[in-house]
Design a protein around this ligand. Structure first.
Ligand code: PMP
Length: 287
């Protein structure tokens, strides 16, 4: 991904894509002192930009560091990148990390760096996957307890779990992994939140030990507008046995139907379709 034309915003300046490098003795690389965001561009506009910038700053605070840029500066950097690259439908990746001043595990004395990259990226899953749904397999990896890891932050270190789970799921022939939390309740996929449809109502895991996705919040609001009941709570895996439809939500996944979990089939049904359509209208209609 590093060998491309274009620009990346790095610590306040636009630099050529290939030159946006850092030192091998970077604290963020050794000890996972990094946080990031992912945003989508629709028709040249970044969806929910301010919410994502706020979450980046909040994630950094959870890891004990402050961003050296105001949210408005980062917003402007992202918007300018999208404009300069002429991106119509794409993705924006802000990232912040502790630098290379010292290599003790202590964060004291490290500078904080921020970069923003953006690229054209119309669809994460193929349109066939969007139509048919994707297959999930339950992972042996779990979301940790809130006194074990900064579980509410979009912290790079937590994505070890996602990479391990995703790679194992793909090796087993699934598209993505479904993770339980440390208590054994349903949690989320590797980059998206989980919804079940039971008799026309939405049931979604309470976001107490994983990222309360901006798409998740948006879809809950859209369901409210459509008169669809939403229940948030601790869901045991057996809740999957009562569901007629299952879908995932995320900036990259949007509203992604699930066709099977561990081989148990689900329909790409009317509630999933209605919410996927409403979401597609919102992200484009908000232009
Ligand atoms: N959970 C994880 C682990 C994620 O990486 C993401 C994507 N940011 C989400 C949930 C969904 O969050 P959002 O809707 O804000 O993209």
């Amino acid at each position: 991904f590093d060998d491309r034309d274009g620009l990346i915003w790095l610590d306040g300046a636009f630099v050529p894509w290939r030159e946006a490098r850092l030192h091998v003795l970077t604290h963020g690389l050794h000890y996972g002192g990094g946080v990031f965001e992912g945003m989508r561009v629709y028709g040249g506009r970044i969806f929910r930009l301010a919410e994502h910038s706020r979450r980046l700053a909040a994630s950094a605070r959870e890891l004990g560091f402050a961003l050296p840029f105001e949210p408005a500066e980062l917003d402007r950097a992202a918007e300018e990148l999208v404009e300069r690259a002429g991106i119509a439908d794409g993705y924006v990746r802000p990232v912040a990390w502790r630098g290379s001043e010292q290599l003790s595990v202590s964060g004291a004395g490290t500078s904080v760096h921020v970069a923003v990259a953006a690229w054209e990226w119309p669809n994460v899953f193929s349109s066939a996957a969007q139509e048919r749904g994707i297959a999930l397999g339950t992972s042996k990896w779990r979301r940790p307890a809130p006194d074990t890891a900064p579980v509410r932050a979009k912290a790079a270190s937590l994505y070890n779990i996602c990479t391990l789970a995703r790679d194992a799921a793909e090796a087993d022939g699934y598209d993505d992994a479904l993770l339980l939390d440390y208590r054994g309740y349903l949690a989320e996929a590797t980059g998206a939140n989980l919804f079940l449809v039971v008799d026309g109502a939405l049931h979604t895991p309470l976001a107490d030990v994983f990222l309360d996705g901006i798409t998740r919040q948006t879809v809950i609001a859209l369901a409210g507008e459509a008169g669809i009941a939403v229940h948030e709570g601790h869901l045991p895996p057996e809740a999957l046995e009562r569901a007629q439809e299952v879908f995932l939500t995320g900036t990259a996944y949007e509203v992604q139907p699930v066709r099977a979990v561990d081989g148990r089939p689900y329909e790409v049904g009317p509630v999933t379709r209605a919410l996927a359509d409403a979401y597609a209208r919102l992200v484009r209609g908000a232009l």
